[in-house]
Design a binder for this molecule. Sequence first.
Ligand SMILES: [Zn+2]
Length: 476
Amino acid sequence: MNKPTLLASIITLALSGCAQFAPSYNADLIITNGEVLTIDGNMSVIENGVVVVKDDKIIAVGEAVLAEQYRAPKLIDAQDGIVMPGMINTHNHLPMIAFRGLGEEGISNRLFAYFFPLEGEKLSRELIYNATKLGAIDLAQSGVTTYADMYYHMDEMAKATKEVGLRAVLGQTVIKFPVVDSSAPYGGIEYAQSFIDQYKGDPLITPAYAPHAVYTVSKEKLQQINQLSKQQDVPVLIHVAEFPNEEARIKEEHQASSPVEYMAQIGILDERVVLAHGIHFSENDIALVKQADAGVAYNPMANAKGATGMAPAWEMYRTDVRLGLGTDGPMSSNQVDLWRTLSYASTMQRLKHDDRTIMIPEQVIEMATMGGAKALHMEERIGSLEVGKQADIIIVETQSANMMPNYDPYATLVFQANPSNVDTTIVNGEVVMENRQMQTVALDDVRSTIDAMEADISAFAKELAKKAIKSKSLMD
Ligand SMILES: [Zn+2]
């Protein structure tokens, strides 16, 4: 070896030594040894990847060697697990978790004969707070880091969601009837305004308006909400085209051919709106939604259970509509996580189109992450593992029997995995769950409250079911 080569070797050795023993940059958290699904524009997968977090953001994503450049007080070894963006549930009514498993006796008019009387009797601020806490723990444990919700007393939901440490878009319900948080019709508008004042700019909570549907909120109120949402720059969540009879009602009352067309006609279909369901969308509706740049929440499992129909999700996906996945409330799908929904999202579209080549697992995982971010108009902040994004990350273990073998991580996630495979959940840079242990709020802390709530609801619910079934037979 001649002298210059030797010198170069020494310098190289010294430099690599420096890189190895003296990392150059400070970080807060480094995740190593995972199969990283970035869900970036190229759907890049890094076999033995690293994700680096500082404060609430992702500051580096790359190959294993990247870890040597950073020092951090917290290191997480993913142990060959799948590292991916946290999932986004774009439609929920989380506090209804207090009632999940009830009203499953085959009641035909379930919404009016069962749901509404049950809520009328049992809903309270306290129940909403406690049930949200349970629901948020369930979400965190199953890898959902952001959820969108339409319900009542959203300040209670925000408080419980923040305690657990999740991100949420919380829409205060506006409806033409008196409801639990307002004795006057449309009291939700005033409620929403003070809720928005309280939470606007919060790092985890995005406050929103949630007009229930176009047939339960008047044209004037829908337009007022649209104006307010523009002024305050907040989202609007609404149920649309969930039931087949919505169309006939709209035709009769408003001379529009569909709920979406009606929304466009009265000027409330815009880029702040998230439409839940869209089961009965026509081609023209999809074009209007696309043109308005509105988002859509596709809820295949809830729609199947409620026998409400199969949304044209594949058509929306191909038209590049902002399309995310949702579960709807826990009385509609009984699950708040997205694992079964992933499978339904794929299989129902394949059945509908009689085509096994569509909705492949990669597309479904994109829909559950980046698609959800786009549906909620939050794609600049969440939905992928890329530098500058908020650090909302999950690790899914691949050591359990149901996760083996793992040839294609997308297929493993969509068709094999279940909530218990989620090992670690990180939201906004904070570790909410690690090694399946909650780090923020323990399930044991809410157990006795939930047990008491169950005991209180149980007897009333049984009587109500009997009455509801009887009223059905009387009507028949
Ligand atoms: Zn809903």
